[in-house]
Design a protein around this ligand. Structure first.
Ligand code: AN7
Length: 344
């Protein structure tokens, strides 16, 4: 079978004979069953679309492979993005593979360690900005416009084109379109991309549910948030660039935006890893937290097939996992009796 988003979905992507055949093996991520969560949500089936299994550990790879390939096709030698972490890790990896210089601008102090490690490892130039993601994005948009350097954020339409392929995979794997799709929403590119994918597939479309963190929920309040705050640093975004298309997805699908607290996100994060065996990063637990909340508020999902999109891998943010767990005890003596007692 053909590997990678460009090869598999060529007919649905804006490729030409001059587009390089770039791939790191992205896409084809699994749908994983989560029966205990499905029971509590009250649906027939809950499937976790685990995008953490992409090459750099997040959904960004689907769009990045298209954006970087198109940038190379257009003759770019360098690229830039603003990022809460995953975009920079993905951009750095695909630029490395394509021989493009990568520059990433990240908000000070709010990027999970694994993501920063990836950007460093792949040789990106990292600029730390005294400001949040929204400030970083507005600066790099201006720089890209002024200099012509390739912009790799999801305001680049090729990113959305690549990310829509996840919708194709879901429909293919289930043999039908699910009733409901739930996603975490930050800059709102991904929910826009899924909606585009489902619209291209045909008239049967899912209800789109977008979940934000309470401290960073502009799509819920209806106005930008100047100082977004959440433990889910990936979605610590106050003024989503794809606001308009995200609202269209919500409205045209009969869906909704809702906010979940950091405590609800962490509870869902722990249940996903300890009950479903799927280790995602905190932001990715937001849709599961949201579905559990809606079920508690008596919204009925009876008989439904639901897909929750788990956007990034838990290893991206090991500190959150350690902080969320019971304390690990001190080292014990290397002695069989002591060990046996410790394991009782
Ligand atoms: C794990 O990397 O914005 O609503 O700069 O990393 O399409 O922005 C990350 C976003 C959800 C939100 N889950 O997706 C970045 C960045 C994870 C993420 C989102 C992000 P969008």
């Amino acid at each position: 079978m053909k590997r990678g988003v460009l090869a598999r979905w060529a007919a649905h992507l804006p490729l030409t004979p001059r587009t390089p055949h770039l791939t790191l093996g992205e896409g084809d991520t699994p749908l994983i069953a989560a029966p205990t969560l499905a029971r509590d949500i009250g649906c027939a089936e809950l499937w976790l679309k685990f995008e953490g299994q992409n090459p750099t550990g997040s959904f960004k790879d689907r769009g990045m492979v298209v954006a970087v390939a198109k940038a190379v096709e257009a003759g770019a030698h360098s690229a830039v993005c603003a990022s809460t972490g995953n975009t920079s890790a993905s951009a750095a990896a695909y630029c490395a593979a394509a021989g493009v210089r990568c520059n990433v601008v990240v908000p000070e102090g709010k990027v999970a360690l694994g993501k920063l490690a990836q950007a460093v490892a792949h040789g990106a130039r990292i600029v730390v900005l005294r400001g949040n993601f929204d400030a970083a994005l507005s600066r790099v948009r201006e720089i890209a416009q002024r200099t012509g350097i390739a912009l790799l954020n999801s305001v680049n339409p090729h990113r959305i084109e690549g990310q829509k392929t996840a919708a194709f995979e879901i429909a293919e794997a289930l043999g039908e379109v699910p009733h409901t799709v739930a996603l975490p929403v930050g800059n709102a590119g991904n929910i826009s991309a899924y909606w585009r994918g489902f619209c291209e597939l045909g008239p049967r479309r899912p209800v789109m549910l977008g979940f934000q963190a309470t401290g960073a929920a502009p799509l819920v309040s209806g106005a930008p948030i100047a100082e977004p705050e959440t433990i889910a640093t990936a979605i610590r975004i106050g003024n989503p660039a794809s606001w308009k298309t995200a609202v269209e997805a919500q409205r045209d699908s009969g869906g909704l935006f809702a906010a979940v607290t950091d405590a609800e996100i962490l509870a869902a994060y722990r249940r996903l890893s300890s009950e479903a065996g799927v280790f995602c990063e905190p932001a990715s637990a937001a849709p599961v937290a949201g579905l559990l909340r809606l079920a508690q508020e008596k919204r009925s999902f009876a008989g439904q097939t639901i897909v929750a999109v788990l956007t990034g891998h838990g290893l991206k943010d090991p500190q959150s996992a350690i902080d969320a767990a019971a304390e690990i005890g001190p080292a014990i003596a290397d002695d069989i009796g002591t060990l046996e007692a410790a394991l009782q």
